[in-house]
Design a protein around this ligand. Structure first.
Ligand code: NAP
Length: 296
């Protein structure tokens, strides 16, 4: 019984480390290439600090050239755009990442559009978002790219399957829905996108062969909302109180793992599922940019 449970797990840590190894191998074959990533952090958001540190550490492990530009919460939009322009013009920088969220006085879209789309390794520039939608080569946002990679590497049959994406954010829900809709490997699904105004969400999730949960609500998806054999990808990262833990909290996903893992054929855990894939795909996008694989 225990073994059966283990076989159901989609191990994001394992796949992320395989991708890291593949990047190292490629770099050893092209020792004239040194990918460069500029990470821009505005303000002191503690979660953003942690994410940026993790990305910096991964760059160091891979021998990338990385710059972390920590900017004051009070920076003006014009000053921030000037920093971005300097990285757009730097031959050592192949990828630019603006850690979100930005302070309220800065227009996020102006900032994302200021990044040269050929260095937009987060895939948030409208040119990359548009190209993703029409199935053209582009930088794909890292979390959806990681989800796609997990489905492919676990040989999940996707063609002709019903995929339900819960959540329609620009960084997860919409891009993964667009990926799964493409007529390509690891995709070709019939896609439904649900959101907070969706009436009778269970009627959709019960028919799903694949569910991508990107909601931001702890353990939202319950066993009575799914059918047996479904493949579940849980994107959620939610902190909930846990008096039994030393920290006083634990991290859970958007899926009730204990309940749903009993019915699912494959499921990602939280942590250790989608999370590690996001950074791995950022590193892959930065390598692809340095190798001029997307825009030459
Ligand atoms: P977001 O921008 O807040 O979007 C949440 C989406 O869920 C929205 O489209 C919202 O609908 C929908 N939603 C909210 N309540 C709902 C409900 N009751 N029923 C159906 N849909 C509902 O969040 P996000 O940035 O996409 O992130 C989602 C989760 O993934 C968060 O927990 C986040 O921390 C996590 N995340 C993880 C990674 C990773 O690397 N693992 C990366 C990014 C995000 P409306 O559009 O109608 O408001």
């Amino acid at each position: 019984m225990a073994k059966q449970a283990i076989n159901k797990i989609i191990d994001g840590k394992l796949i992320a480390s395989q991708i890291t190894d593949e990047i190292k191998k490629e770099l050893s074959l092209h020792n004239n290439i040194k990918p460069g990533l500029a990470l821009i952090l505005v303000g002191n958001n503690p979660a953003s600090e942690i994410y940026v540190k993790m990305k910096e550490k991964k760059c160091a492990e891979l021998g990338y050239h990385s710059i972390v530009n920590r900017l004051s919460e009070k920076i003006t939009e014009a000053e921030l755009l000037a920093h971005i322009r300097s990285y757009n013009n730097s031959s050592k920088i192949h990828g630019i990442l603006i850690q979100l969220p930005l302070p309220k006085h800065i227009n996020e879209m102006n900032v994302l559009e200021a990044v040269d789309y050929r260095k937009d390794v987060d895939g948030f520039h409208p040119i990359n978002a548009g190209r993703l939608m029409i199935g053209e080569k582009c930088f794909t946002p890292c979390t959806p790219a990681g989800i796609h990679e997990l489905l492919k590497r676990y040989n999940v049959i996707t063609s002709g399957k019903n995929a339900v994406v819960i959540g329609r954010s620009n960084i997860v829900g919409k891009p993964i829905a667009n990926i799964l809709l493409q007529k390509s490997k690891g995709a070709n699904c019939t896609v439904t996108v649900a959101h907070s105004a969706t009436a009778g969400i269970s009627e959709f999730t019960k028919k799903a062969d694949i569910i991508i949960a990107a909601i931001g609500k702890p353990e939202f998806l319950k066993a009575n909302m799914i059918k047996k054999g479904v493949v579940i990808i849980d994107v959620g990262i939610n902190r909930v109180d846990d008096p039994d833990s030393k920290k006083g909290y634990k991290v859970v996903g958007d899926v009730d793992f204990n309940e749903c893992s009993k019915k699912a054929s494959l499921i990602t855990p939280v942590p250790g599922g989608v999370g590690p894939m996001t950074i791995a795909m950022l590193m892959k996008n930065t390598l692809d940019s340095a190798m001029k694989r997307i825009y030459s």
